[in-house]
Design a protein around this ligand. Sequence first.
Ligand SMILES: NC(=O)c1ccc[n+]([C@@H]2O[C@H](COP(=O)([O-])OP(=O)(O)OC[C@H]3O[C@@H](n4cnc5c(N)ncnc54)[C@H](O)[C@@H]3O)[C@@H](O)[C@H]2O)c1
Length: 264
Amino acid sequence: MEQEFFGRNIVVTGAASGMGRAQALVLSREGAKVWLADIADGPGEALADEIEARGGSARFVSLDVRDPHAWELLRDRVNGEDGQLHGLVNNAGVSHRSGIADTTIEDWHRVMDINLSSIFYGMKALFPLLRECDSASVVNISSCAGMIGYPAAAYCTSKWAVRGLTKVAALEFAEWGTRVNSIHPGLIETPLLRSGSERFAEESVKYVPAGRLGQADEIADAVRYLLSDGSKFVNGTELVTDGGMTSGGLFHRISHELSDFARR
Ligand SMILES: NC(=O)c1ccc[n+]([C@@H]2O[C@H](COP(=O)([O-])OP(=O)(O)OC[C@H]3O[C@@H](n4cnc5c(N)ncnc54)[C@H](O)[C@@H]3O)[C@@H](O)[C@H]2O)c1
């Protein structure tokens, strides 16, 4: 059977863990050569080996997404090997669950640099290679925290800004056939979700109408769709993948509790 991404080169940041890893696996299974970019060298290299051992194609690149120069080096390397780029998934990110009072200035800048500025650097550095293709696609991983209020000053702000920056890029790059969309995952079972309080996931899942956490593979499927020709008229959209949480999880919870009460 024909592979969906055969002959295409795709960069995935934060590919060494969680959702990025799942994306890299699904894209390589569909024939893409995947450029795995991460600061976690060991797991990133191991994933590249795993993909190659399964007959796929992958390159690991040690890249700190906060470093504009590192992005230029990646661009030069992709250009040297492939000459063009069909896809970019800006997935790397960190969690930080603190309000305004408890967020230090250093934390604010760190979260903004990793979750937001990185996406500006990445699109700026790689656009010259993306526009070499007739229909390249960029997917920026925001969050449901970029759709609603969320008690995390830097994280929530960074994810709302990713949504805005995605719209700017969608308008600007359309002339060259490059589409740019954002994905807004809800609670997804990855190491990031489990960082900090264990109770966070346990309590939050009560507000998910689907009644469960999402899996990294389910976000990888959404990424795959936005990178594919099946979405070629989709540009500047916000794909919310959260089991219904932001479309009324609070009311789902309330009606659930009320029906429990009525049964008593
Ligand atoms: N897990 C969730 O519930 C959830 C929900 C919404 C959005 N997200 C977003 O999804 C994305 C992926 O998160 P995940 O849950 O898979 O997390 P994860 O912690 O499993 O993976 C994040 C990856 O990013 C890499 N990374 C961190 N800082 C980096 C840097 N400076 N340069 C390069 N790589 C860096 C890490 O090494 C790691 O491999 C993030 O942007 C996150 O904000 C996650």
